[in-house]
Design a protein around this ligand. Structure first.
Ligand SMILES: Cc1cc2nc3c(=O)[nH]c(=O)nc-3n(C[C@H](O)[C@H](O)[C@H](O)COP(=O)(O)O)c2cc1C
Length: 211
């Protein structure tokens, strides 16, 4: 566990087995490049690793190499933590983590967080964020939604989490899928107090000459 700078932010990123591994890859790249960020803990479920492999073609038998493989950099400030290690620092509220993002977040992971089962490191770290009243953003990726999903979303919302389904916007006229992914990740980072310079900000219809 790093000793926390007064200014540096420490963020946990959870990656689960919902579709959208590219969102995890993009947010890790942004955090890796962000000077305000001192350290990132990365924890993935088994299904998350499977989706990283099937959607991005990245296979990291040794999880330690995953940050570098995902970001394409040395990724020195991203530390991979095995999901089975429920004794890792982020399993305790005493660890100085500022915020956690689960991206993409599966319906199963949402259910586990809503139920407070905390049976692996990812869901325990999320549970810790809720009990410590720290920002927790859950980027759920599922559609359509059944009653169980909807109830679980309300439950985690009431417990203090921000439910931010992976729903890209189109009002800024993105040209590529990468644009939509990146802009969505900018919005997520703004939610945890890391607004990005390149985030598109709506200036009103008139500024676009639309009356
Ligand atoms: C190719 C593939 C795509 C999937 N996409 C989703 C999805 O978008 N949303 C979701 O909630 N589950 C999805 N699943 C199912 C989850 O991976 C599964 O429920 C898993 O148990 C979730 O485990 P985790 O929450 O520990 O990662 C997908 C599974 C596969 C194999």
């Amino acid at each position: 566990m790093p000793i926390k700078d007064t200014e540096g932010r420490i963020i946990t990123v959870g990656v689960t087995g919902a579709s959208g591994a590219v969102y995890a890859q993009t947010i890790l790249r942004l955090l890796d490049a962000d000077r305000r960020v001192q350290h990132v803990f990365l924890v993935t479920s088994d299904a998350g690793l499977r989706l990283v492999s099937s959607e991005l073609g990245i296979v990291a038998a040794d999880g330690k190499k995953l940050p570098a493989l995902l970001t394409g950099t040395a990724a020195k400030k991203i530390e991979y933590l095995p999901n089975k290690d429920i004794g890792a620092s982020i399993a305790s509220g005493s660890a100085p983590v500022d915020a956690m993002v689960v991206i993409p977040c599966s319906a199963g992971c949402l259910a586990a967080i809503a139920a407070g089962t905390a049976s692996d490191l990812l869901t325990r770290a999320a549970d810790v964020c809720l009990k410590e009243r720290r920002p927790l953003v859950l980027c759920l990726r599922e559609t359509p939604l059944n009653r169980i999903h909807l109830e679980n979303m309300l439950r985690v919302h009431d417990a203090g989490a921000t439910v931010m389904p992976v729903m890209p916007a189109y009002y800024y006229e993105p040209k590529t899928i990468a644009d939509t992914v990146e802009q969505f990740c900018h919005r997520v980072l703004a939610q945890i107090g890391l607004p990005q310079e390149k985030q598109y900000r709506w200036k009103g219809s008139r500024a676009r000459g639309e009356g």
